[in-house]
Design a protein around this ligand. Structure first.
Ligand SMILES: *Cc1c(COP(=O)(O)O)cnc(C)c1O
Length: 221
């Protein structure tokens, strides 16, 4: 029962305009069911195979978010049901999502992942790459994807000011992109930033979606 309590505590402590995405990766179905019972209907996973298995085993009214790095050759497995893809980081991946969405008669919502941390291992687009995608004819002709915002991950550090600066940079980029490319559309609204260790800073910095795993479900192996 502590899992449901952890979840509700966080949910009740964050502003109404911020969506909590519980990250259930590497955690059993039973733990997800516990939070489903108290009304949770959105979950995030970072591996395609695990996402597909959990989608098959759990109720169909769950919205599944793919939050991790996505390989082009695996898009087809999640295209029939995924509700938001958080970490799109190339035009190649975007093309594949568009193609598979079309085959499934769907429009798939996506976030573009921006590189804000100073860790070599993290994925994401530079500001230049982001601009190039949005200005490209290829992107503008895609009918089965919708870019609804940006996503980013801060450096894994205890230096609060550093995290704050990285989130501020992402928020500035978000505002800039919205003004430049989505001024007339209402669909570019989401800023996915913040995890267990830094979600409070992320919310103060303008996050609209926090991806929180370990402080709800417990530490992972
Ligand atoms: C695992 C993961 C999270 C959640 O991490 P916690 O520190 O457990 O909250 C958030 N975002 C992404 C992309 C992840 O892979």
């Amino acid at each position: 029962m502590f899992i449901a309590e952890n979840l509700l505590k966080i949910k009740n402590s964050i502003p109404k305009n911020v969506t909590l995405i519980p990250v259930s990766k590497r955690k059993p179905i039973e733990m997800i069911e516990e939070t489903y019972k108290v009304g949770q209907r959105i979950f995030g996973e970072n591996k395609v195979q695990e996402l597909v298995e959990k989608h098959e085993k759990l109720p169909s009214d769950i919205e599944w978010h793919m939050i991790g790095h996505l390989q082009t050759n695996k898009v087809k497995y999640i295209a029939p049901f995924v509700s938001l893809i958080h970490a799109v980081d190339s035009i190649k991946l975007l093309k594949e999502i568009n193609k598979r969405a079309k085959q499934n008669n769907r429009v798939i919502n996506c976030l573009l992942q921006i590189y804000i941390a100073d860790e070599k291992s993290k994925f994401g687009l530079s500001f230049e790459e982001l601009k190039n995608i949005l200005e490209s004819r290829v992107y503008q002709n895609m009918e089965n994807i919708k870019i609804v915002g940006l996503m980013g991950m801060a450096t894994n550090t205890i230096e609060v000011e550093k995290i704050r600066n990285e989130f501020a940079l992402l928020k500035n980029t978000f505002d800039d992109v919205k003004n430049r490319f989505f001024e007339k559309s209402k669909e570019f609204t989401e800023l996915s930033m913040g995890m267990s260790g830094d979600y409070k800073i992320a919310i103060e910095s303008g996050s609209t979606m926090i991806r929180v795993g370990s402080i709800i479900f417990g530490a992972r192996q």
